[in-house]
Design a protein around this ligand. Structure first.
Ligand SMILES: Cc1ncc(C[n+]2csc(CCOP(=O)(O)OP(=O)(O)O)c2C)c(N)n1
Length: 637
């Protein structure tokens, strides 16, 4: 791989020694480095290809050892990592012990926040600026780069409103590539589309660049350029100058792949007072034709083989995941019942709702990256008599916690929450684990909380949720489906399913680790311990009879969940046993402890948490040993 310049960069200051031609070469080398690594593993790709020039220009014009830079979401951070001293580690990205696929302050002072959720950059940059001002650090400039997909998030407008009110000196760069993961949707999308087509823009660009080239770009001249640009933009956007009206100075749009223009504009506006929005047009996948042609697929492609600028093969997986089953179950429910509709928050691809979008366009709703709105919107639909399914990753649903509480649970409305990626998620790491929903869902009165034990539970649970007269949360992890050999009991509210009883111990699984528990029980039996397994199915209402029987009759109980231990399923078992007056010292809980779990393969993470067969077996053996020692002590005394 040709990375002559890239390999010489130790800090972004090295860029300043490069000629214009070398900077162009550097952009090519960064794309080459991205292609080489991303082709070997699933990782963010097209978004990174699209910000190469913008990233170089930012580091040339600003000094981010003192100035502040936040890449919204953080999935487009790879070029930034490459030029902030992490080129040599880059091949380790998203692997256990290697670089994270998102900004990580533990890796570099150039990464300020560990993020992976969209929309918060403008708020944090405003906070940095306000803090710096109060701490006599006003010289520190503040920059947020936000995509047009993240822009409609409510929090962005909260922050812009606040920034305009405070009139803080800060720069928001709108990286407009017409895409979220899928093509952008909604009214703001249409608004931005107008800027692409407005013929008048060419004139503004010509005029602004003429002035930039002609006049010394300081003081009054800058003001003149900016106000002319503003008037021109106002006219071209049919009087709807959203950003200007909100109190931001709007500049652009400019070509985000033209390094010279980017540098000129950034240099011109970096010391402009008050909040400024620079509108930059980029192309998702720029510089790698297959990614430009299919940016949806190349947002996070599976490993692929390439020859030069061509993809010759993409590694395909034939296995089906829980996501596939849930999407099929929703599809079937929609086919049966015209009241069933589905909401996604810009994650149609990830939640595999594409066929539903095509076949039921009037009952498929993509709200954009607006989880809070999606939930309140579903509440309205439920109140109107529909049966909405909110299909959102567990981690992103956190954004809508208050709407789950007030608009849904408090009103006892029949909304089904499908929590995808609930559990550990592998290479995305701490920002993306769906590790907390057991805890936060179960605390709301009216909420039913359930999880399928295996493939056979999925459709019956989804169907159950659509007949239940209140809110239901259904969680499932990012993994391939599994079937546990058994005669399946029907899904009934608050009923667990007993695989087999065991006198020495019982493993109680909430979720798809049921199969792992069965394997562990079989291994324990082969080692002489009589261990049984329960597929809990419901965390709320918990099957108190079955759980209490296990706690009182078996020597020990191990609860197994892919979620935070604090307040989760195991806690519910402890609470139930305690309320029934049972002893609880024989209950052992496996799950996610009170710390963040680093990125790694999902299987590595499960092993680290003792949520694999070995971990469950050794926990059970330790529990059994304790029981035996206690019995011996009792017999001696
Ligand atoms: C709160 C939240 N919801 C959903 C996602 C999943 N997600 C990751 S990137 C992305 C698209 C972002 O689009 P945009 O901001 O335009 O950036 P681009 O990839 O186009 O550069 C989405 C929906 C997320 N990271 N955070």
């Amino acid at each position: 791989m040709k990375t002559e310049l890239l390999s010489r960069i130790e800090s972004p200051f090295d860029l300043r020694t490069f000629t214009d031609q070398e900077l162009q070469q550097l952009a090519g080398e960064i794309r080459e480095a991205l292609c080489n690594v991303v082709s070997t593993r699933t990782a963010h790709f097209a978004s990174n290809l699209g910000v190469v020039e913008l990233c170089i220009a930012l580091h040339l014009v600003f000094d981010f050892t003192t100035d502040r830079l936040i890449w919204d979401t953080g999935h487009q951070i790879y070029p930034h990592k490459l030029i902030t001293g992490r080129f040599h580690e880059f091949p380790t990205i998203r692997q256990k012990g290697g670089l994270m696929g998102y900004p990580n302050p533990h890796e570099s002072p150039y990464d300020l926040f560990m993020t992976g959720h969209a929309g918060s950059s403008v708020s944090t940059v405003l906070g940095l600026k306000a803090g710096d001002d109060l701490l006599a650090q006003s010289h520190r400039r503040a920059v947020a780069v936000i995509g047009d997909g993240a822009l409609p998030s409510g929090i962005v407008f909260e922050a812009m409103n606040n920034a305009a009110g405070l009139q803080k000196d800060m720069l928001v760069i709108l990286n407009d590539n017409k895409m979220g993961i899928c093509p952008r949707v909604g009214g703001l999308a249409r608004y931005l589309d107008q800027a692409r087509t407005a013929p008048f823009y060419d004139d503004i660009k010509r005029e602004v660049s003429r002035m930039l080239n002609k006049v010394p770009i300081v003081g009054d001249a800058v003001e003149r350029v900016l106000s002319q640009a503003k008037d021109a933009v106002k006219a071209s956007l049919h009087g709807g100058m959203l950003f200007e009206e909100m109190g931001f100075r709007y500049i652009g749009p400019i070509d985000g792949h033209d390094l010279k223009t980017l540098r000129e504009y950034l240099t011109m506006i970096k010391d402009v007072q008050g909040p400024v929005l620079l509108h930059v047009f980029t192309e998702k996948g720029h510089g790698f034709a297959p990614a430009c042609e299919d940016p949806v697929r190349f947002h996070t492609p599976p490993p692929f083989e390439r020859r030069e600028d061509e993809v010759v093969a993409v590694k395909k997986s034939s296995s089906r995941a829980y996501t596939d089953l849930v999407s099929d179950a929703i599809y079937n429910a929609m086919a049966r019942d015209s009241r069933v509709c589905v909401m996604t928050a810009a994650m149609c691809e990830g939640t595999k709702l594409g066929k539903i979008r095509t076949d039921f366009p009037d009952r498929f709703f993509d709200t954009g990256i607006c989880e809070g709105h999606a939930v309140a919107f579903a509440a309205g639909m439920a109140k109107a008599g529909m049966r909405p399914v909110v299909d959102i990753y567990s981690t992103f649903l956190q954004r809508s916690y208050d709407q789950i509480f007030q608009e849904v649970a408090l009103q006892n409305l029949p909304v089904t929450f499908c929590l995808d990626r609930a559990g550990v998620v592998g290479a995305d790491g701490p920002t993306h684990h769906g590790a907390y929903d057991n805890t936060w869902m179960r605390v709301f009165p009216n909420m039913v909380v359930m999880a399928p034990g295996d493939e056979l539970d999925v459709a019956p649970m989804l169907d159950f949720s659509l007949t239940y007269p209140g809110p239901v949360s259904l969680r499932y992890p990012k993994t391939n489906i599994e079937v546990v050999d058994r005669s399946v009991a029907p899904v009934e509210l608050g009923q667990a399913e007993v695989w087999e009883w065991g006198a020495d111990g019982m493993l109680i699984a909430f979720g798809t680790l049921f199969g792992t528990c069965v394997k562990a029980a079989l291994q324990l039996r082969s080692e002489g311990l009589d261990v049984g397994v329960i597929n809990a199915r419901f965390l709320k209402p918990l099957d108190a009879d079955t759980i209490c029987r296990a706690v009182s009759e078996a020597g020990f109980v191990v609860t197994v969940e892919e979620s935070a231990l604090m307040g989760g399923f195991g806690s519910a078992v402890l609470e139930t046993a305690n309320a029934a007056g049972l002893r609880t010292d024989n209950i052992h809980r496996l799950g996610v402890p009170d710390r963040y779990i680093d990125h790694a393969d999902r299987s590595e993470q499960l092993a680290e948490l003792s949520l694999d067969v070995d971990g469950i077996v050794s926990t059970a053996i330790r529990a059994s040993t304790r029981v035996q020692l206690a019995r011996q002590e009792e017999s001696f005394s």
